[in-house]
Design a protein around this ligand. Structure first.
Ligand code: PLP
Length: 407
């Protein structure tokens, strides 16, 4: 029987003693509220799942072929920690085309999806005892990865306000953000367009955040992964539109959503000049790089993937409009129509406990949604519905929800 240093050679090791001897940062990493619901409803016959942030289209064939050709050619060896020079050049071309940047390939670091880019960004700027401001409701992995690094997420809740032209809109209160900064604050996480709200920061909001960061010497972790998935403009406003070389900004990007590559695990981190060796080291000691065939697929996506992005966006728009119209007509649902990303974040009249409600929707309506309390303050009485699947499936899910609401 194995023994631990604490229990002595003859005593059985219990799971409790294992847990008690772990690092507090590891224990502080919370269980994802989305996964909890997913586990609750997994395998239910006929369930329509809108809980996970991905669509129902497989990766386009030309991208899969590029990866398959690379495997067939035997590209199976260790590779550059930062990513192949060709991948970083493709990212640089892509960013110049869509964001007008003129950074060379040295600004970009290929990572295992957006999540790995986030993890490295957190490691670069925050650790035990540090505070990081996070705009909420927000993707739970921001608070989770900060907790796992020993840092604390300080929530800065968005407001749900009436728009002058009618309807609701999520908005950032910059004074609230400024008041949340303390001696311990090291960084601000800004995810725009946002998961789960679809909040798309205006240029003025980004300018306000940037001036706070400049005034207090803070880093910005800019998660702009949904930047191309916008419904009122060709792309969302970006810190790239405002920043100069002296700004402390780390950008999170991924190929997961634009090119239906969630399972591939490839994205990138962009940082200011001069960080190259440090970031390369952190990649070396975490994943040691991304498999070459996956990078070949990514190059094909970045260079030839615009038709597919447009195709997906048209589907998302159709699904968004179907879901919003159906729920609006029910008269029992309150939400801001999302300006970007592919989530509807909605509150149902008279339902304050989002976890209990999400479970009832699995059992009684046959629809899987994510509970709003998984996304931090401001979302407790909300549900997140992902509308990245086909308009037909979205219409069926909307129908089930409306029938459930009318019971
Ligand atoms: C806001 C946000 N950032 C990053 C990611 C991570 O993307 P990836 O799947 O590439 O790790 C997600 C995934 O849902 C997300 O919603």
């Amino acid at each position: 029987m194995p023994s631990s240093r604490l229990s002595g050679p003859s005593m059985p090791v219990t799971p409790v003693s294992h847990l008690a001897s772990l690092r507090p940062e590891a224990l502080a990493a919370p269980e994802s509220g989305i996964v909890e619901l997913f586990n609750y409803g997994r395998g239910r016959q006929g369930l329509l799942p809108l809980w996970v942030g991905e669509g129902d289209l497989p990766t386009p064939e030309f991208i899969r072929r590029a990866a398959a050709d690379s495997f067939a050619a035997g590209e199976t060896f260790y590779t550059h920690q930062r990513g192949l020079p060709e991948t970083r050049e493709a990212i640089s071309r892509y960013m110049t085309r869509h964001y007008g940047t003129n950074n060379g390939p040295d600004s970009y670091f290929v990572t295992v999806g957006g999540m790995h880019a986030l993890q490295i960004a957190v490691r670069l700027v925050a650790g035990v005892g540090d505070d990081v401001l996070v705009v909420t409701p927000g993707w739970p992995n921001f608070a989770g990865s900060l907790a796992a690094a020993g840092a604390s997420a300080i929530d800065v809740p968005l407001d749900l306000r009436f728009k002058p032209a009618g309807g609701l809109q999520w908005a950032l209160d910059l004074d609230r953000m400024a008041a949340s900064i303390s001696q311990k604050t090291r960084a601000i996480v800004v995810n725009s367009p946002g998961n789960p709200t679809g909040w798309t920061a205006s240029l003025a909001e980004l300018e306000g955040i940037l001036s706070l960061a400049r005034a207090h010497g803070l880093w910005i972790i800019a998660d702009e992964i949904y930047g191309r998935l916008t419904y009122d403009a060709p792309r969302a406003p970006s810190f790239h539109d405002l920043a100069d070389a002296s700004d402390r900004i780390l950008y999170i990007q991924t190929l997961s959503k634009n090119w239906a590559m969630t399972g591939w695990r490839i994205g990138w981190l962009e940082g200011p000049a001069g960080l190259g060796q440090v970031i390369e080291n952190l990649i070396q000691y975490s994943t040691s790089g991304v498999a070459v065939p996956i990078q070949r697929g990514a190059i094909a996506a970045l260079d030839q993937g615009e038709t597919f992005v447009a195709h997906q966006l048209a589907r998302f728009r159709q699904s968004r409009d179907i879901l919003c119209s159906a729920l609006e007509a029910s008269g029992r649902v309150r939400f801001a129509k999302p300006e970007g990303a592919f989530y509807l974040f909605a509150a149902i009249e008279g339902e304050a406990d989002s976890s209990a409600l999400a479970k009832r929707l699995v059992d009684e309506a046959g629809v899987g949604v994510a509970p709003g309390n998984a996304f931090g303050p401001g979302g407790e009485d909300h549900l997140r519905l992902c509308f990245a699947c086909s308009p037909e499936r979205t219409a069926e899910a909307a129908d089930r929800l409306v029938r459930w609401l009318a019971r």
